[in-house]
Ligand binder design. Structure first.
Ligand code: GLN
Length: 474
């Protein structure tokens, strides 16, 4: 019996090369684990019927001595990342029977690297939420404590890795949807620099904030996936080549060795909002970095406290415009009304869940002519100010460290007031607003529940994230 919960990409690749097991055996072990435990967890919306055929193809290549970074490795994709010929519903009823007509660029790159795509994972509807409770298909449970949420919106992908159903998964992160569920499930989750991974074939939530990224057990594995999926893409004009940002994040960086990396800690941003145990866990992470030779220093980032307000204006504005395409004609669900406008209202009324409708209304409001300047215009200006402040900070430090979340995973139904759930995104949204790369690392437990330490680096400086992540995990 292969125990997937013990395998990393690195160790599984080693075992596949040595012939300790085949990709078919590994993939079958995933399917068996899903069959026996996913009834309770509900990480998957679907296991693809061709998973074993993909594994056989990988086994053929392994036999022929082909060496690819993910050859034979079972991975799962969030339900908003297109796989040609498979359903992609973004956790929504409106796309319940939508079949993807093409592969996303990230999907193609995974396939070219030899990955076996096992299935699609549950998520909050259109990636809107922090608990996976907004999925039209019912919530996913946290594999470490099934009375609690796995985080969201990519909760299915996080749970699939944490439960040992697959070795790695992809999610999307618009305001923390990879990093927060990674923290809640005790694994690594990473959001690349905006523009490093193509959004072609990712069902859009908020286009200026969305990025696809990996869920893995280790920072080393996250780096492998990042290197596979990154790159400029003619299908997404916001993608960047690797040279756009200097390799060390900013010009004039004279700190070269990892032992000299400096970590800035914006204590006044988070200290007052944390309870004692979470703060203690965070301080341990700081101490660990110090013991590994990192310099740490307190820094002030006074505009960061506006990030959440800015996010909850920009994001719904973009959601309202992106979701306008679901009109009952072009994609998915169609409900007949008395005339075409009635079709539109009926389709959207029945197809969208309450959180999606809330955000469309909020977004339409902040973009309306009377309020545009007061809300959207101000938020755009604040986005520039927050980005400037962060980029200034990275002249002095290589990385910024905060907790990933103010609390560990909460119980189902605990945050039924939407505002209380929004507040839980406070530490993850700055990286989306500024475009900076950011990664959550497992930082231990409080009352048996995992927490994450969140590292953020300057635009294009993924290298620093991976270096620090790898040394932190040892
Ligand atoms: N929790 C945040 C929200 O509800 C982030 C979502 C995301 O990153 N997709 O908007």
């Amino acid at each position: 019996m292969i125990d997937i919960s013990k395998l990393t990409i690195v160790s599984a690749r080693e075992a596949l090369k040595k012939g300790e097991f085949t990709s078919r055996e590994l993939t079958q072990a995933c399917i068996d684990a899903i069959k026996s435990k996913d009834g309770e967890i509900h990480a998957f919306l679907e296991v693809f019927s061709n998973a074993l055929a993909q594994a056989d193809e990988a086994d053929k290549q392994i036999k022929n001595g082909v060496d690819l970074p993910l050859l034979g490795i079972p991975v799962a994709l969030k339900d908003n990342i297109l796989v040609k010929g498979e359903k992609a519903s973004a956790g929504s009823k409106i796309l319940e029977n939508f079949i993807a007509p093409y592969d996303s660029t990230a999907t193609q790159k995974l396939q070219q690297a030899g990955a076996v795509i096992v299935g699609r994972t549950n998520c909050d509807e259109f990636a809107m939420g922090s608990s996976t409770e907004n999925s039209a298909y019912g919530p996913t449970k946290n594999p470490l404590d099934t009375s609690r949420v796995p985080g969201g919106s990519s909760g299915g992908s996080a749970a699939a890795v944490a439960a040992g159903f697959v070795i790695a998964a992809l999610g999307s992160d618009t305001g923390g949807s990879i990093r927060q569920p990674a923290a809640f499930c005790g694994i690594v989750g990473m959001k690349p620099t905006y523009g490093r991974v193509s959004r072609n074939g990712l069902i859009a939530m908020a286009s200026s904030l969305d990025q696809i990224g990996p869920f893995t057990k280790t920072a080393e594995d996250a780096e492998i996936i990042y290197n596979v999926i990154k790159g400029q893409d003619r299908m997404d004009s916001t993608t960047l080549d690797g040279k756009t940002f200097p390799a060390h994040g900013h010009e004039g960086n004279s700190r070269e060795k990892s032992s000299h990396l400096t970590i800035g800690v914006p204590r006044s941003f988070f200290e007052s909002s944390l309870d004692k145990a979470v703060l203690e866990n965070f301080n341990q992470a700081v101490k660990k970095f110090e013991s590994l030779g990192y310099k740490t220093k307190d820094i002030e980032l006074p505009t960061l406290k506006y990030s959440l307000a800015v996010y909850y204006i920009l994001m719904p504005a973009e959601v309202s415009s992106n979701l306008a395409r679901f009109d009952g004609v072009k994609y998915g669900l169609h409900v007949d009304g008395v005339n075409s406008i009635d079709d539109y209202f009926k389709t959207r009324g029945e197809g969208f869940g309450p959180e999606t409708r809330r955000r469309v209304i909020l977004g339409t409001y902040v973009l309306s002519s009377g309020y545009y300047d007061a809300y959207y215009g101000t938020a755009v200006n604040m986005k520039a100010a927050i980005t400037k402040e962060l980029r200034e900070a990275f002249k002095d430090v290589d990385l910024i460290l905060t907790p990933t979340t103010p609390t560990p995973a909460w119980k189902f139904g605990e945050k039924s007031d939407p505002l209380s759930m929004y507040l839980a995104d406070i530490f993850t949204v700055p990286a989306n607003i500024s475009g900076c790369p950011s990664m959550s690392l497992p930082s231990g437990e409080v009352d048996g529940l995992p927490l994450g330490a969140l590292l953020t680096a300057d635009l294009g400086n993924e290298t620093a994230l991976f270096e620090a992540g790898k040394s932190f995990q040892g």
